[in-house]
Ligand binder design. Structure first.
Ligand code: ATP
Ligand code: MG
Length: 282
């Protein structure tokens, strides 16, 4: 898929800094700031947890990264965009490079799994039905849901719904994946499975991932970089993920070829998908 040609990094290309926050504060009202003098740098391919007690400013920090909120002061650079200066009309283009996962899934309840994931492809106007089909099934395969693509999302368990939401967030091959309490509504085993999906996406594709979570058990078990917030401040940061050296590989095309072949094997004897040539709307 064609990528924009401008640098996706905040700063010199060779530093590969995907997120840079410099002395960022956010005050909603006259009360104490929700985020206070935060400094944060995240490099390409990192997997970062943001933890901290309730009300410590985690969601506020996340919202500033996707330009849902503007900081009261300080600078925020994400994927090469200066979010204080980005023009309103450019925000959708900026957000196309970011996948977002919410605690409450936010799926279309009356649609099936396939449609929910395909929806993200329609938003970026992927033209070919075949491409959409391939991309959606690839994403569902990654989260282990390729056998349930016809199910309505209200027939799925919470863990399955969250995995649909992850598939939707990655189907457009984002550089950056941001999740706010993605396992907040799940039991411990399911939460761990969902976290493994994120881990796999990070390791296989080099996607930079930022996850807000309360779950200290998961955080320590995962062994990744951890940022802790308290009363709006970043009070600790274990520092860059030293393990990872892969870098973003654009979800290599050969992975798609593999998946295509798999699906042809599994569903031999005709096109099983409802998104066939005669369908309207593509
Ligand atoms: N829209 C808003 N208007 C006013 N105050 C807000 C708003 N959103 C959040 N706050 C306040 O900002 C502070 C930080 O909230 P935030 O939602 O960022 O915390 P959090 O760390 O995500 O908490 P939680 O773990 O409960 O989700 C809190 O004191 C909260 O009450
Ligand atoms: Mg929150």
């Amino acid at each position: 898929m064609a990528r924009k040609t401008k640098s996706i990094y905040a700063g010199p290309q060779d530093e590969k800094i995907v997120i840079s926050m410099r002395d960022v504060s956010k005050t909603y009202s006259k009360e104490a700031p929700a985020v206070s003098h935060a400094n944060l740098e995240v490099r390409e391919g990192e997997f970062v947890f943001v933890t901290g007690e309730t009300g410590s400013g985690k969601s506020t920090l996340m919202k500033m990264l996707i330009r849902e909120l503007k900081p009261s002061s300080g600078e925020v650079y994400v994927l090469g965009y200066d979010l204080n200066r980005i023009r309103h009309g450019k925000i959708p283009q900026f957000r196309r490079n970011i996948g977002v996962v919410f605690q409450d899934f936010r799926l279309l309840r009356d649609r099936n799994v396939f449609d929910n994931v395909a929806f993200a492809q329609h938003i970026i106007q992927v033209p070919g039905r075949r491409d959409i089909q391939k991309n959606v099934l690839f994403a569902l395969d990654l989260v282990g849901l390729n056998d349930k693509y016809r199910r309505r999302t209200n027939e799925l368990s919470g863990g399955e719904q969250q995995r649909v939401a992850i598939a939707r967030a990655i189907v457009n091959k984002p550089y950056l994946l941001i999740a706010d309490e993605p396992t907040g509504n799940l039991d411990a085993d399911t939460a761990w499975d969902v976290m493994q999906c994120f881990d796999r996406i990070n390791r296989e594709f080099g996607t930079t991932i930022l996850i807000v979570t309360h779950d200290r058990g998961i955080v320590s078990r995962m062994g990744r970089r951890v940022i802790e917030m308290k009363k709006g401040e970043i009070i600790s940061d274990t520092g860059s993920d030293a393990d990872f050296s892969g870098g973003y590989d654009g979800y290599a095309e050969e992975n798609y070829q593999d998946v295509d072949a798999d699906y042809n094997d599994v569903y031999a004897g005709g096109d099983p998908y409802q998104y066939d040539e005669e369908d309207d709307g593509y």
